[in-house]
Design a protein. Structure first.
Length: 383
């Protein structure tokens, strides 16, 4: 659910390279302070705490915390709870990224983007309670099926496109599009998750009105990020092209086990297609994977992509209304609490709000108090 440890990424290829980190960690804390498990008072009423939820299953784990399937005790509603350790966020200089994610998932309500329902914090942890997507990661199914059919890839791509369009319309770039950050619901529709690399107030397609931070996942990085020229909204369209190619072919177009060789391929190698790739598919992929930002499909806005022949048999208003029945529906034998579409490595663990030994200094504790972090969606109020 966007916060998971690295596992084998491809059946017939080496593990993908880890996500590029650009920030240096601060020096380790000198002493501990405070009560690690105490609720903190930020001058606002804490409406929800961990005690309001039954912890059912672990769905994933990562360097900052874990994601669990939870049930709210009063309403019996099912959610995914993302927990983040503040000390780990501070050490990896991720406080600002986490704050950005928190803002995005609250303010945006879209059928193909993850939505925040509750947020709260303790002295040592942050908690975000989000949609539970019982179909699991798209990566899970791409690894299993090797590649997807044209029809399946087409609908996934259309739904992702509309999710990215929603972000871009609000001058937000996503910057981490990959199968691990795409979740399926039990009907087979997509939602983007994990907005920790997203950037707000980006108005342009390229360097003008953009940003220069080197971040993302190696296979999906646009050339302008590698060349450190500054980047904008068009990086998401390059990543969409890379993802669409992978869905239809089984691997990203410029994949290589050696990171430097892969970067060189992204910058210079010719785009090649397998024999089963249709002319319309080749056309949209070629357009999305243009190295020059001004030539890239989508640099003039998402409608350029929506008007491609590849989508000619889709009505985007109907896509937005989730009006198409997905070709693939994830299996579900246990109702809302089914976690069989997640890795057994995680779901077999005991679900618990694990104790964190607080080694933060008083100054770090003060720094990590997220003013305004607490949130309760009005429609999620209990009886």
């Amino acid at each position: 659910m966007g916060n998971k440890s690295s596992k084998s990424k491809k059946k017939d290829a080496e593990d993908r390279l880890p996500q590029k980190k650009t920030s240096k960690a601060p020096p380790p804390a000198a002493k501990s302070a405070g009560n690690a498990n105490a609720e903190i008072d930020l001058g606002q009423t804490e409406k929800v705490t961990i005690d309001d939820f039954d912890l059912i299953k672990v769905l994933g784990k990562g360097s900052f915390g874990k994601v669990m399937l939870v049930r709210k005790k009063d309403t019996k509603e099912i959610y995914a709870m993302k927990t983040l350790r503040k000390a780990a966020l501070i050490k990896r200089n991720q406080i600002e990224h986490t704050a950005t994610e928190r803002q995005i998932v609250q303010k945006i309500d879209h059928p193909f983007l993850t939505k925040l329902h509750f947020a709260f914090q303790t002295t040592d942890k942050l908690y975000m309670v989000l949609n539970y997507m019982g179909g699991g990661e798209l990566f899970f199914w791409l690894k299993k099926d090797r590649r997807f059919s044209l029809k399946r890839s087409q609908l996934y791509c259309a739904e992702i496109l509309l999710g990215l369009k929603c972000l871009h319309d609000q001058d937000i770039i996503y910057r981490d599009l990959k199968p691990e950050n795409l979740l399926l619901d039990l009907e087979g529709h997509i939602r983007l998750t994990d907005f920790c690399l997203s950037k707000e107030a980006v108005s342009g397609a390229g360097a003008k009105g953009g940003t220069k931070t080197f971040c993302g996942t190696p296979e999906y990085l646009a050339p302008e990020i590698l060349e450190n020229k500054g980047h904008g909204k068009a990086v998401d369209w390059w990543s969409l092209g890379t993802l669409l190619y992978e869905m239809m072919s089984g691997l990203p177009p410029f994949y290589d086990q050696n990171m430097q060789r892969m970067y060189d391929k992204i910058l210079h190698s010719q785009l090649r297609f397998a024999s089963h790739i249709t002319p319309d598919s080749k056309a949209i992929l070629t357009g999305l994977l243009q190295r020059k930002v001004e030539d890239r499909l989508g640099s003039g806005g998402p409608k350029e992509i929506m008007d491609e022949a590849f989508f000619s048999d889709l009505d985007f208003d109907k896509v937005l209304a989730r009006g198409y029945t997905p070709e693939f529906k994830p299996p579900n034998s246990h109702g809302d609490l089914d976690t069989s579409n997640f890795d057994l490595e995680f779901t077999s663990e005991r679900p618990e709000d694990s104790h964190v030994q607080n080694n933060m200094t008083t100054d770090q504790i003060e720094k990590s108090k997220f003013t305004g972090f607490t949130y309760q969606e009005p429609s999620a109020m209990g009886s």
